[in-house]
Design a protein around this ligand. Structure first.
Ligand code: ACO
Length: 405
């Protein structure tokens, strides 16, 4: 690793690295990825162990504090989160200003950004207490906001949180419950959703996390920085890939299903086409994404529990994965399925509409964004993020009066 800051101080030279392929923007002790081995650790713990032994709020505690909670620390943390699950009643009117058919990510970007107006007592990002309360508020309210955005889109009344339920069961009840009929969340489905949250909780310096850090580095408030992360996550190359992946599977299904995979892969490989195999490839993983393995397992469990083992979309996904993994194009480029390849199928089976997938990713990633923001602000060396550029425009020239141009 070259500390380019020293070189810059001595020589004024800087590097040119579009897409940050080889530039570390920060030091971090939160998440470790070994892309060649397909390894992912949160604070040193393998994702495979966390996914089996912990729930999402324990994972949140770990990401925020560096250690897993013991029983009393967990109870205290859960209690604090539960105190903040309701949102300011005025937010309903704010939500009502949106079109009912707006994309949930458009709505969520607005709602999270709007939190700085509703919770303006905790907007000083340099104040650790403000950051702490903002963190709890964001983690606690995201499920409520995502469920409200969903209920609004389908014209159903909002369901208020019920804090005796777990974080994830509470979210599912707010999504699927109605005032006429209380929703009893199925344990397998709750566990699957909780696993989706754990697997998406952090992923070091990806595009949305880097956006949150850059946005927060100006000293803006925590809600605004997280809203910037939500906006970035929306893109199909990032969090929007789960939605794009399911739409892609639906397109192949319409083309004729498994029999048409070859034709589709030919299109993907064509240099003149912009078609990508969504849910495949990763900037860092050049091996199987460990989250995809866990998600594939969850997919089996959920479809089994729902009696959907023969779900044509799942069969298609498995056949597509097999063909792609044997294809020379994908092998040569080390393109493997990423977490989004299977998470969409799981969410669809649970009953989550496709357009809400990325909002659920945002809900889960909120804790990672906050942990990264806290780490950045607490670093004594932290500076406002300000990339350099290689200027390629016109050299200095004189402005001619309008009549002479
Ligand atoms: N389908 C087909 N070809 C691909 C794919 C894909 N999904 N991904 C990469 N490639 C090809 C590229 O065309 C390129 O080929 P070339 O060398 O012949 O030009 C080569 O593989 C390298 O790809 P890059 O674009 O350089 O890889 P990069 O690291 O910039 O992109 C990314 C990573 C954005 C994730 C990309 O693989 C992609 O767009 N995948 C599909 C979208 C997706 O699933 N995103 C989710 C990411 S995970 C997450 O956010 C949770």
């Amino acid at each position: 690793v070259i500390d380019i800051r020293k070189l810059y101080a001595q020589t004024g030279k800087f590097t040119y690295d579009p897409g940050f392929l080889s530039t570390a923007s920060c030091q971090s002790s939160i998440t470790y990825i070994d892309g060649d081995k397909g390894e992912l650790l949160y604070r040193g713990y393998p994702i495979e162990q966390l996914a089996v032994n912990c729930d999402f709020l324990e994972t949140c505690y770990l990401l925020l504090n560096g250690e897993l909670p013991n029983a009393s620390e967990k109870a205290e943390f859960v209690g604090r989160v539960n105190k903040h699950t309701m949102v300011n009643e005025q937010m309903q009117f704010f939500l009502r200003g949106f079109r009912r058919d707006a994309h949930p990510m458009a709505v969520l970007t607005g709602l999270v950004g709007g939190m700085s107006a509703f919770y303006h007592d905790t907007t000083d990002i340099t104040n650790p207490q403000h950051r702490e309360i903002a963190a709890i508020r964001l983690i606690a309210k995201m499920p409520t906001l995502v469920a409200m955005a969903y209920k609004y889109s389908v014209g159903q009344p909002y369901i208020y949180p019920k804090n005796e339920l777990s974080y994830t069961a509470n979210f599912m009840r707010m999504m699927f419950g109605t005032p006429c009929e209380d929703y009893q969340p199925d344990d397998v489905l709750v566990r699957a959703m909780d696993r989706i949250f754990i697997l998406h909780a952090d992923h070091e310096q990806n595009a949305s996390t880097s956006t949150v850090r850059l946005c927060g580095s100006s000293g803006t408030n925590p809600y605004a920085a997280i809203a910037a992360g939500v906006a970035c996550l929306w893109g199909p190359a990032h969090g929007g890939a789960n939605e794009a992946c399911l739409n892609m599977l639906a397109d192949i299904q319409q083309m004729g299903g498994v029999a048409k995979i070859g034709e589709f892969i030919t299109k993907v490989k064509d240099k003149n086409s912009s078609v990508k195999l969504m849910g495949f490839g990763h900037r860092v993983y050049k091996n199987y994404d460990p989250r995809a393995k866990l998600m594939r397992e969850t997919c089996h469990e959920v479809l089994g529990a729902l009696g959907l083992e023969n779900d044509p979309m799942f069969k298609l996904a498995m056949a597509l994965e097999k063909i792609a993994l044997e294809d020379e194009y994908f092998v040569a480029r080390k393109l493997y399925p990423n977490v989004d390849f299977y998470s969409g199928i799981v969410q669809r089976a649970i009953g989550i509409p496709v357009s809400l997938f990325t909002a659920i990713f945002a809900l889960a990633r909120t804790v990672g964004w906050i942990a990264q923001l806290n780490e950045m602000i607490s670093d004594p060396e932290y500076k406002i993020g300000r990339p350099r550029q290689l200027f390629t425009g016109a050299a200095s020239r004189d402005v001619k009066p309008l009549a002479e141009r």
